[in-house]
Design a protein around this ligand. Structure first.
Ligand code: 13P
Length: 279
């Protein structure tokens, strides 16, 4: 069944676990994600990212995703990830998504506030929840060197940002980056603790692929209620197709194996996040 982000995160907060946001780029991923959630009896956030729309056009993604949410035996939140374009974000809201992210994290603070507030006002009027980002979670190999810590979320700004925008969930920068880590990430758990202590809204961790089991356990313990995963599922699919090519496996068998490989990744994450049997 289709549920709101607020509802999923409220329950996660009460139960002190996190729910995974898993982005899909194709049907194998979509099916692997929902099968994993159903087998684990876990709520799930199924997403598509704006940056991937050239690969999977929104018209196709939304049909697949809304079909999945309506027919799933577990609560499913449909999420539009890292939206930067107001019209594309609103198209997701109009297509029946229950949640959208506006990402103004690379912009100056005041501009991020202004744009996030605009998205919140428009999305809330349609009954859709909004996530935004304060601080900046960058990209592996680009943002995780130099003075990357200057992009981390400042606890003092958190409630000011929440009050000024009306956002429902907040993505924070505490040392993760999107994509494949080039060096072992060291997460700033003290910063997370300070943010969690005061934040009026549930906290989101981006760049989940490649973190250690301990990183997940510690950040969920530290108050993270939504963890975003994409790259690790893509790598799992790639590996399966590579192996299939090497061994001469049929294309049909590769498709099924790719879906199952995604499912294994997702099940493993769901268990680490503590959301199994919470549907
Ligand atoms: P990864 O691709 O690093 O898992 O990050 C996913 C993400 O944060 C999507 O918003």
């Amino acid at each position: 069944m289709l549920v709101s982000l607020k509802d999923i995160l409220k329950k996660a907060n009460e139960g002190k676990y996190a729910v995974g946001l898993f982005n899909m780029l194709n049907l194998e991923m979509a099916r692997g994600i929902i099968e994993a959630a159903e087998e684990e009896a876990s709520p799930v956030i199924l997403g598509v990212a704006e940056v991937h729309l050239p690969i999977i056009p929104f018209e196709y993604a939304s049909i697949i995703m809304t079909h999945i949410a309506r027919n799933a035996s577990v609560p499913v939140c449909l999420h539009f990830d890292h939206g930067t374009d107001f019209d594309k974000i609103m198209a997701a809201a109009d297509a029946g998504f229950s949640s959208v992210m506006y990402d103004g994290s690379a912009l100056p603070y005041e501009e991020n506030v202004r744009n996030t507030r605009r998205v919140c006002e428009a999305a809330h009027a349609k009954g859709v929840d909004v996530e935004a980002e304060l601080g900046h979670v960058g990209t592996a190999g680009v943002d995780d060197s130099g003075d990357y810590e200057s992009m981390y979320t400042e606890a003092e700004q958190v409630n000011k940002f929440i009050d000024a925008t009306g956002v429902d969930a907040l993505a924070v920068a505490i040392g993760t980056v999107h994509g494949q880590y080039r060096k072992t990430p060291h997460l700033d758990l003290n910063r997370l603790a300070n943010i969690y202590k005061i934040s009026k809204r549930p906290l989101v961790l981006h760049g989940g692929s490649g973190l250690s089991d301990d990183d997940f356990i510690n950040t969920v313990k530290g108050g993270i209620r939504k963890v975003n995963i994409c790259t690790e599922m893509c790598l799992a699919e790639n590996r399966v197709y590579g192996e299939g090519f090497q061994s001469g496996r049929s294309f049909e068998a590769n498709v099924v194996a790719a879906k199952d490989a995604v499912k294994e990744v997702v099940k493993n994450k769901i268990r680490l996040f503590g959301s199994s049997a919470k549907a």
